[in-house]
Design a binder for this molecule. Structure first.
Ligand code: NAD
Length: 251
C-alpha cells in the first residue's frame, strides 16, 4: 500500500474529486481527515469508510477554507486525531462565472478568490508550518484546472484563482524544499462531478468531446494520480503541474 502510515487532510473531501481521493487514500493505507464546509456530507463519507471495514481511518471536520483560523484549526485537528500530518490535498473549490462586463465584484470576484485562491494559500501556510514543526517533511497537492493555464469563456475569476494555485505551488516548492516539503499542482480537465453534472446533457457531451477519450474523466481516475503524487514514489515530482486532463491541453 502506497500511503501506509501517512496522515492526510483532504479539503472538499465530501464530494467529487475529494470524495474519490478519500476512498483511494484509505485503500492505500492512509488515515484521512475529510475536511469540508458541508459537515453532514463529510460525516457520510466517514461512515462509508467505516462501513467498508476501515473504522478509525477517517474523521470528519468542518472547515471554510477561506478563513485562515479555520484552516489552522483543521490542521491541528488532524494532529490531535491521528498524531501528525504528512499530506494536504488543497482541493475544495467553487466554480461558475459570467461575462466579465456583467460582473458585480462582490458576487463574481471576491467569493471565488477567497475560496479557490486564498483557500489554497491558507492550506499551504498552515500545513507548511505543521510540517516544519514536526521536522518530517510533507507533501502539498493543490487542485488547479486546465483554466489555470488558459483564457476560458465565463471563467475570468476562476482562471485567475487557478493560475494562482500553480504559482503558489512553484513558490512553495522553492521556499519549503529546505524542510523536505514537496508541492505539486494538478490540472483536471472535465471530470464527472457535481460541478459538471449541473450542466445540460448537451453541454456535458461537448465537454466530453474536448478530451481525447471523448468522455468525462471519472473522479477516481484523478484520485489514482493524487495518491501516487502523495506517495514517496513521486519524490522527484516537485514544484510542477501534473496535467490530469485526458489530453484536453493538446487542442
Ligand atoms: P464538487 O463540487 O464535487 O466538490 C467540491 C467540494 O468543495 C464540495 O464538497 C464543497 O462542499 C467543498 N467546498 C466548497 N467551498 C468550500 C469551502 N469554502 N471550504 C471547504 N470546502 C468547500 O467539485 P469537484 O469537481 O470535485 O471539484 C474539486 C476541485 O476540482 C475544485 O477545486 C474544482 O475547481 C477542481 N476542478 C474540477 C473540475 C471538474 O471538471 N469537475 C475541473 C477542473 C478543476
Amino acid at each position: 500500500m502506497r500511503l501506509e502510515g501517512k496522515v492526510a487532510i483532504i479539503t472538499g473531501g465530501a464530494s467529487g474529486i475529494g470524495h474519490a481521493t478519500v476512498q483511494k487514500f484509505i485503500r492505500e493505507g492512509a488515515k484521512v481527515l475529510v475536511a469540508d464546509i458541508d459537515l453532514e456530507r463529510a460525516e457520510k463519507v466517514v461512515a462509508e469508510v467505516e462501513a467498508d471495514g476501515h473504522a478509525g481511518s477517517a474523521a470528519a471536520a468542518q472547515v471554510d477554507v477561506s478563513v485562515y483560523s479555520q484552516v489552522e484549526a483543521v490542521v491541528q485537528r488532524a494532529v490531535d486525531v491521528f498524531g501528525k500530518l504528512d499530506v494536504i490535498f488543497n482541493n475544495a473549490g467553487i466554480a461558475g462565472g459570467k461575462p466579465l462586463l456583467e460582473h458585480d465584484p462582490a458576487v463574481d470576484y471576491e467569493p471565488m478568490i477567497r475560496v479557490d485562491q486564498d483557500g489554497v494559500y491558507y492550506g499551504i501556510l498552515a500545513a507548511g508550518r505543521q510540517f516544519r514543526k514536526q521536522g518530517t517533511g510533507g507533501v502539498i497537492i493543490s487542485t488547479s484546472s486546465i483554466y489555470g493555464e488558459q483564457a476560458a469563456e465565463l471563467a475570468f475569476t476562476y482562471s485567475a484563482a487557478k493560475a494562482a494555485v500553480i504559482s503558489f505551488t512553484r513558490s512553495a516548492a522553492y521556499e519549503l524544499a529546505e524542510y523536505g516539503i514537496r508541492a505539486v499542482a494538478i490540472t483536471p480537465g472535465r471530470v464527472g462531478t457535481p460541478i459538471i453534472n449541473q450542466f445540460s446533457e448537451e453541454l456535458r457531451s461537448t465537454f466530453a468531446s474536448e478530451q481525447l477519450r471523448n468522455k468525462l474523466t471519472e473522479p477516481s481516475e484523478i484520485a489514482d494520480v493524487v495518491a501516487f503524487l502523495a506517495s514517496d514514489e513521486a519524490n522527484v515530482i516537485n514544484g510542477t503541474v501534473v496535467h490530469v486532463d485526458d489530453g484536453y491541453s493538446v487542442f
